[in-house]
Design a protein around this ligand. Structure first.
Ligand SMILES: Cc1cc2nc3c(=O)[nH]c(=O)nc-3n(C[C@H](O)[C@H](O)[C@H](O)COP(=O)(O)O)c2cc1C
Length: 368
């Protein structure tokens, strides 16, 4: 039986060994945006997880676009040097390809690390003025953002382009724009957080104007051979918010700007909204986007079991599946999925003796 999950896949000029993606995961552990040995350990571990692609955490395009003081950035040459050391090592020692998610946190910036409470930074902890589509806080006790001006848009757009260029210089295999989870771009797209009355608010076309300008500008800087995609929201999970119909329209608009893939995630636009807790809750939305738009589609969200991931890919619901927490729980998730599905996965030679032969005696005993 051949596994769909473990079949290779091409994204633009990039061949992935399989359809498994490690979803981007903030580590809140950088020094003024610069990666350090924590990132080397964390990403090094995931480089040999069996996933075809590891996407590095939300990496912010300007200092004030970081979620927390510990978030990664690519806003300085020092940031680029530090991340290059980590990624060069991971690519040299590991089996996965490496992508990066570039981001601006908008009204969710200037916040505490999750283990410090996860709310807005308090005075005395070096908070900063946040920016967003409209001056509406993310929730109670959150900062009130300043409404983004056209000057801000020009600066942020340049910052996205310059972060993408730095990512290319570092040698990343793929780039992803963070346009979900309530951060700056999603904040423009959602009617919950965007109440503007100018050409950037109102209709979906208007709310998409700034995010599409970012996609266009970054595409202009990223060669066609390097996959460029966006993580978008499939649903705001609230009446009056973005819906799966909107996700289809957004994916179509992004495809017109030349993006190579879409990742369907959801939620995060306001502090009091909770995502569903059902396995694969974004899968039906991804399936619609894949079918109706025809863009290579990834999805994420409570995809935990190998057979669940296999069913999603084999059934044509998504081309790629991403998992986040399952990889923190089991950094060799891809190896274990391969074993469960009877597939092959590449391992570093140092670990070759932990391959299928290790389990052969146990399998023979079960059969006997
Ligand atoms: C520790 C942690 C950090 C995360 N950081 C990011 C991030 O940087 N960018 C992003 O798009 N999603 C981020 N997420 C969301 C995950 O990528 C993923 O979409 C979400 O956890 C649902 O997938 P899961 O059920 O497989 O964990 C993070 C999730 C976790 C658990």
């Amino acid at each position: 039986m051949s596994s769909a999950l473990f079949s290779p896949y091409w994204l633009a000029g990039l061949e992935l060994a399989n359809r498994i993606v490690v979803s981007p995961m903030c580590q809140y552990s950088a020094n003024d945006g610069s990666a350090n040995d924590w990132h080397l350990m964390h990403l090094g571990m995931l480089a040999n997880s069996g996933a075809g692609l590891v996407v590095v955490e939300a990496t912010h395009v300007e200092r004030h676009g970081r979620i927390t003081h510990g978030c990664l950035g690519l806003y300085s040459d020092d940031n680029a040097v530090a991340l290059e050391r980590v990624i060069a090592s991971c690519r040299h020692r590991g089996t996965a390809k490496f992508g990066i998610q570039i981001a601006h946190a908008g009204r969710k910036a200037s916040s505490q690390r999750p283990w410090e409470g996860g709310g807005a930074l308090k005075s005395g902890h070096d908070p900063w003025q946040t920016i967003a589509a409209s001056p509406i806080p993310f929730g109670d006790n959150w900062h009130t953002p300043r409404e983004v001006t056209e000057d801000d848009m020009a600066r942020v757009q340049d910052a996205f382009v310059s972060a993408a260029r730095r990512a290319l210089d570092i040698g990343f295999d793929a780039i992803e724009l963070h346009m979900a989870h309530g951060y700056l771009m999603h904040g423009f797209m959602s009617p919950i957080s965007n109440r503007r009355t100018d050409q950037y608010g109102g209709s979906l076309d208007n709310r998409l104007r700034f995010p599409l300008a970012i996609a266009r500008a970054v595409r202009g800087a990223v060669p066609q051979s390097i996959p460029l995609g966006a993580r978008i929201t499939g649903s705001d999970w609230r009446e009056g918010g973005l819906t799966p119909d909107d996700a289809v329209a957004i994916a179509r608009a992004m495809q017109k700007e030349g993006l190579d893939f879409i990742c369907i995630s959801s939620g995060g636009v306001a502090a009091d909204i909770r995502n569903p807790a059902t396995p694969g809750y974004n899968v039906p939305i991804a399936q619609r986007v894949k079918k109706e738009v025809g863009i290579p589609t990834r999805t994420v969200g409570l995809i935990i079991a190998p057979d669940q991931a296999e069913t999603i890919v084999a059934g044509g619901q998504a081309d790629l599946v991403a998992a986040a927490r399952a990889f923190l729980d089991d950094p060799h998730w891809g190896w274990h999925a391969a074993r469960a599905l009877g597939a092959e996965v590449q391992r570093p030679p140092q670990y070759a003796r932990a391959g299928p032969k290790l389990w052969a005696p146990a399998a023979a005993k079960t059969k006997a």
